[in-house]
Design a protein around this ligand. Structure first.
Ligand code: ASP
Length: 351
């Protein structure tokens, strides 16, 4: 009797093992199938090179084409990273590095000067999958601030590093450190002189600030795995005072990414973007109110920021590859590529 019982248990056990082995195989197979099919179709990338008062009359044909060519070059590099299976983080970092290295924009080389005639750079990055983020503030010697922000996110227990500490950390991380003079270009020196002259005449430069072309750079991307990322890098605003910190390194103000909703990068008068918590507000309107990225961006930029007297714009991409390029200024350097390889490059708001 006991033997029969034993044999019966052994037979049952072998069936159980056989089934679970097959089950495992099926599961692994399904997982692989899922991994293969989990590549989303609508990946995409958007970049900006700053918003502001830009008129066709002021812009020479030559400068117009120089900007458009640069935007096209950058977006194509970011796009090809995504197309070849790279991550949204890689696409954002590389695209921003190219704009930081170009003196056309107010980030990295060619950044604007503060009221002491120095250059202080800010940048931030956010990963939409993990909600990890990194930022650096007021640095003077890091060649590519966006890469430093990414290192803060990846290799430190913190989110934001300031000044000398940020520079020391970046050096330890093997990032390129340059002499502060590397960032200076004559155009920015002249801009500061001009604004200082006006400042002497009037008590404060509120109206002058309104006429500023901002020039911060940013990139948002959705990769084939469905992960969103956002990065923003800047020199801040010309003639900024006393170690002023703008919206760019503040997660949720000038930069935000969340796989549930969207990735956003902003440009404009930073103080208003901080007070409106712009990038996070767009995400929140999508998450809690179910708005589309275009609707949410319009409300935040054209109603909320504008109502307080601020100006600027945002770029964004959502988890389905829908994009927004919204501004309340008459221009924003911007470009977009979708998964089909369609490319859009624009400067003026009425394009
Ligand atoms: N938002 C930046 C700042 O306030 C300026 C810009 O967009 O160019 O620092």
């Amino acid at each position: 009797m006991y033997l029969i019982f034993k044999i019966r248990s052994l037979i049952i056990l072998s069936f159980v093992l056989l089934f679970s082995f097959n089950g495992c195989k099926d599961f692994t197979y399904n997982q692989n199938k899922l991994a293969k099919n989990s590549e989303i179709e609508n990946f995409g990338i958007v970049i900006h090179g700053g918003a502001g008062t830009m008129s066709r009359e002021e812009m020479t044909k030559e400068m117009d084409s120089i900007y458009r060519k640069k935007l096209e070059e950058v977006i194509k590099v970011g796009y090809s990273i995504l197309k070849n299976g790279g991550t949204s983080q890689e696409a954002v970092e590389k695209s921003i590095n190219l704009m930081e290295d170009s003196s056309l924009f107010n980030a990295g080389k060619g950044a604007v000067l503060n009221s002491n005639g120095e250059i202080e750079l800010d940048a931030s990055f956010m990963d939409g999958k993990t909600l990890n983020a990194g930022a650096i503030v007021g640095v003077k010697t890091i060649k590519n601030p966006i890469s430093a922000a990414i290192k803060v996110m990846e290799n430190s227990p913190h989110v934001m590093f300031f000044g000398k500490g940020a520079e020391q950390f970046s050096k330890m991380q093997g990032l390129e450190i340059v002499d502060p003079n590397y960032f200076f270009i004559q155009k920015r020196i002249d801009e500061l002189k001009r604004i200082k002259l006006k400042e002497k005449k009037s008590s404060f430069v509120h109206d002058e600030l309104k006429n500023i072309k901002y020039g911060t750079v940013g990139c948002v991307a959705l990769d084939k795995k469905g992960n969103l990322a956002a990065g923003t890098s800047t020199g801040g605003m010309t003639n900024k005072k006393w170690n002023r910190i703008g919206d760019v390194p503040i997660i949720g103000a000038g930069n935000y990414a969340n796989n549930k909703t969207c990735a956003i990068s902003a440009t404009g008068w930073g103080e208003f973007f901080i007070r409106n918590v712009v990038a996070h507000d767009i995400s929140a309107l999508m998450e809690y109110k179910g708005l589309k990225i275009s609707e949410a961006s319009k409300i935040v930029i054209n109603e909320k920021v504008a109502k307080l007297g601020g100006d600027g714009g945002v770029i964004g991409i959502d988890r389905n590859g829908n994009i927004a390029m919204e501004m309340n200024t008459n221009g924003m350097y911007r470009a977009h590529m979708n998964s089909k390889g369609d490319i859009v490059v624009k400067i003026y708001s009425d394009e």
